[in-house]
Design a protein around this ligand. Structure first.
Ligand code: HEC
Ligand code: HEC
Ligand code: HEC
Ligand code: HEC
Ligand code: HEC
Ligand code: HEC
Ligand code: HEC
Ligand code: HEC
Ligand code: HEC
Ligand code: HEC
Length: 452
């Protein structure tokens, strides 16, 4: 066998010296590629134009916006009539007014797109990533003009989130109506018709729930118009506010009874209104009971350690004495069972009732929803409630309780969602202004010019 000898000469002989004269097959392809592909692309783009500018899209829109999928310009700017990747807040604001929170105190206002990420498919846009919040809250000092009362380094929920303000040491229960939870939850409590066993839902139910209160007053009246309303919410997220007439009267009406000679109790109202009621009642009693002046004072109306005026001589003196005795029983015992009574320096003046102040929202800077947690027993979260003997004790759960289920990684950590947006609002919806619709149907769906 001959050894293969490779010299430059033999190698040169293998070359086709005419190679430049006829097109190489690859060259032919090059031609096709450089001319044909743009033509195909053009045809494709033109055909896509019929369905809008979807060709440029970087992914499907969120389901609530999918209806605008053919009209990129409802969100995107256009430069000289051509599609631009730029999205300005102005475009979003044409359909939504979504005022940013604490705009006057924040060092800047992030763009809508920084939190509401589009083109990721059927995500819920409002379920935003934490980075949208922590860009300010991980170092709030840097991003607040002036000072702030809020904790400055909230970087995540799992490890870098403060205990809720209402549960920090030294924070009082602002409520002023006395209630001993423990005493009311014992077995065989004296109910209106014999012994009962109370449960949480006898006094606490979500707002807006149908049904009557088992221990409401005989004639469930609306709260007196003279009392300041705490604003009843139809929202099931929070518990309905406590009302004397709805949750207490059935058992405690006896504490508003002032005299055995009368069946009824005084109205549950301000002391001046209660006193006007007493004057009316005794005036009428005197008129209908000729022997009233000589009736002895019942022993239970004589409170120990009190000074009593001489026996009355006429209608006026008799009424004044009866009202005084009733006042002492009510202000000193009946009302005082539940209220702090404030006596002005002048003993002749009526006391006032300390504002009840029972909070409707304990954690006003966050959202909570009892309905979403209805699978749990009440005292799974409100662990101290059954044994609480002191109104001032705060029974709302702290952050550790939430952290057992809510984690930042959410479902990936077999946990409930722990993103900031699960529990907080960003927008100050109280400042929301109505948006005036400005589009036509064809303007949004194609087949015509967009409305401006
Ligand atoms: C509901 C509003 C909305 C509509 C409708 C919309 N987009 Fe977008 N688009 C956005 C937002 C928000 C961004 C992010 C902008 C930013 O990063 O500032 C974006 C970004 C883009 C980007 C850039 C992506 C990137 O990674 O930088 C492209 C490309 C794009 N959109 C194409 C389209 C096309 C094509 C259409 C029409 C078929 C369309 N978009 C319709 C809201 C929209
Ligand atoms: C042409 C009108 C229009 C424009 C422009 C528009 N949206 Fe919407 N958006 C809607 C409608 C309609 C809905 C669904 C109904 C609703 O929730 O009001 C919606 C829903 C939303 C929601 C709640 C739904 C969810 O999935 O959580 C967010 C958040 C939102 N839009 C943000 C934006 C942002 C940010 C922009 C600008 C990039 C924008 N929108 C531009 C009309 C518009
Ligand atoms: C541009 C900066 C900025 C961004 C982004 C921001 N915040 Fe704030 N936030 C502030 C400032 C400033 C305050 C304090 C205002 C003050 O001191 O009165 C504040 C206060 C708060 C408070 C306490 C007061 C209140 O209004 O309830 C909460 C809770 C809060 N932010 C949550 C969030 C969440 C959740 C997000 C993300 C969805 C977010 N913030 C995004 C600047 C920002
Ligand atoms: C599981 C629910 C939950 C999650 C998740 C959550 N928070 Fe909170 N956050 C609360 C509650 C409840 C409060 C107490 C509100 C109050 O005191 O009125 C609070 C309070 C705050 C406050 C006020 C602190 C203060 O000084 O009193 C800020 C700021 C805040 N959160 C930011 C965030 C940020 C940022 C994230 C995401 C990294 C986040 N939160 C995640 C429930 C949550
Ligand atoms: C007899 C009616 C009654 C019953 C029964 C009752 N509560 Fe209350 N609860 C009240 C009143 C009145 C208040 C407001 C006064 C106060 O601050 O304690 C209150 C307040 C609360 C609060 C607000 C936080 C706080 O510290 O004040 C929680 C939480 C609460 N109750 C949970 C429960 C739970 C859980 C049960 C069942 C184990 C229960 N309650 C049973 C009447 C009742
Ligand atoms: C089912 C009947 C029942 C209902 C409903 C009820 N209570 Fe009572 N309450 C009692 C009884 C019985 C006592 C006396 C218990 C004792 O002294 O051990 C009592 C005692 C009290 C006391 C005095 C506690 C103490 O420490 O001595 C206060 C204050 C009180 N209740 C407030 C309320 C308030 C406020 C409501 C409505 C939110 C209410 N109660 C609803 C039956 C009831
Ligand atoms: C069994 C407990 C109980 C007794 C007894 C009681 N109250 Fe009340 N009172 C309440 C509760 C609970 C509230 C708060 C909810 C409401 O407005 O019904 C309240 C609220 C009030 C308020 C409104 C205070 C405010 O600013 O929020 C006045 C005024 C008042 N009571 C007067 C009286 C007077 C006067 C008496 C005695 C004649 C009396 N109450 C006896 C339980 C009681
Ligand atoms: C997952 C924990 C959890 C469970 C379970 C739970 N609560 Fe609450 N509860 C809370 C939190 C958090 C608040 C504070 C909400 C606020 O006021 O901002 C609260 C507040 C309350 C309040 C004060 C008024 C209000 O709505 O803010 C009452 C009363 C109350 N809960 C009763 C109950 C009763 C009754 C049950 C059972 C039916 C129950 N809770 C179950 C966590 C829980
Ligand atoms: C037993 C586990 C558990 C505990 C404890 C718990 N959560 Fe939840 N939470 C859930 C589940 C499950 C959901 C529903 C998740 C969903 O819909 O994605 C939820 C939903 C929520 C939501 C959204 C409600 C809605 O539908 O808008 C908020 C806000 C929330 N939790 C706050 C809290 C706070 C604050 C605490 C502590 C006081 C707490 N949770 C304790 C399991 C829990
Ligand atoms: C710092 C993050 C952030 C920025 C910036 C932001 N949003 Fe939001 N947005 C949220 C969060 C969190 C929610 C859900 C809680 C709430 O309602 O505040 C939300 C809710 C909404 C909703 C209501 C969704 C629903 O459930 O109905 C609309 C609409 C909306 N945003 C539009 C906008 C528009 C328009 C802009 C720009 C002007 C914008 N957002 C800027 C975080 C942000």
């Amino acid at each position: 066998m001959l050894r293969r000898t490779r010299t430059t000469k033999t190698l040169a002989k293998r070359m086709d010296l005419q190679y430049f004269a006829k097109p190489h097959p690859l060259r032919r392809w090059r031609l096709w590629l450089s001319v044909g592909i743009p033509v195909i692309a053009l045809v494709w783009i033109v055909s896509q134009q019929a369905t809008g500018e979807k060709a440029y899209s970087s992914g499907p829109l969120a389901s609530s916006h999918a209806v605008f999928g053919k009209k990129c310009e409802v969100c995107h700017e256009s430069t000289l009539g051509f599609f631009s990747k730029q999205v300005s807040d102005k475009k979003c604001l044409a359909c939504h007014d979504a005022p940013a929170h604490h705009e006057e105190k924040a060092s800047f206002t992030p763009q809508c797109g920084a939190c509401h990420v589009e083109h990721k498919g059927s995500l819920r846009l409002a379920s935003t990533q934490d980075a949208g919040c922590t860009q300010c809250h991980a170092d709030l000092g840097e991003h607040t003009k002036g000072t702030t009362q809020y904790v400055k380094d909230v970087a995540d929920f799992d490890n870098q989130h403060p205990e809720f303000a209402a549960l920090r040491p030294g924070m009082p229960d602002p409520g002023k109506v006395k209630l001993n939870h423990y005493k009311h939850l014992v077995p065989n409590l004296a109910g209106p018709h014999g012994p009962v066993q109370l449960d949480c839902h006898d006094c606490h139910r979500p707002g807006g729930m149908e049904g009557t209160w088992p221990y409401a007053g005989a004639e469930l009246k609306m709260v007196s118009a003279t009392m300041e309303s705490q604003g009843k919410s139809a929202d099931r997220a929070y518990m309905a506010p406590i009302r004397y007439t709805e949750q207490c009267e059935g058992c405690h009406v006896k504490d508003l009874q002032f005299d055995k000679r009368f069946d009824e109790a005084v109205p549950h109202d301000r002391p001046d209104i209660v006193q006007a009621f007493l004057y009316r009642e005794y005036n009428e009693y005197f008129s209908t009971h000729p022997g009233a002046l000589s009736e002895p004072i019942a022993p239970e109306r004589m409170l120990p350690g009190k000074v009593y005026p001489p026996p009355p001589h006429n209608r006026q003196e008799w009424i004044a004495l009866q009202v005084m005795l009733s006042d002492r029983i009510l202000w000193g015992k009946g009302c005082k069972l539940c209220h702090t009574m404030i006596q002005p320096d002048d003993p002749q003046q009526l006391p006032t009732v300390a504002k009840s102040n029972i909070p409707v929202r304990w954690l006003p800077h966050a959202e909570f929803d009892h309905d979403a947690h209805r699978l749990l027993k009440c005292d799974a979260c409100h662990v101290k409630s059954r044994n609480s003997q002191d109104t001032a004790e705060v029974l709302v759960p702290g952050i550790d309780s939430c952290r057992t289920c809510h984690k930042q990684a959410g479902p990936q950590a077999d946990a409930a969602n722990g993103r900031c947006s699960e529990c907080h609002q960003y927008h100050d919806w109280t400042k929301e202004k109505p948006v005036k619709g400005n589009y036509t149907i064809t303007g949004l769906r194609g087949g015509g010019k967009s409305g401006e």
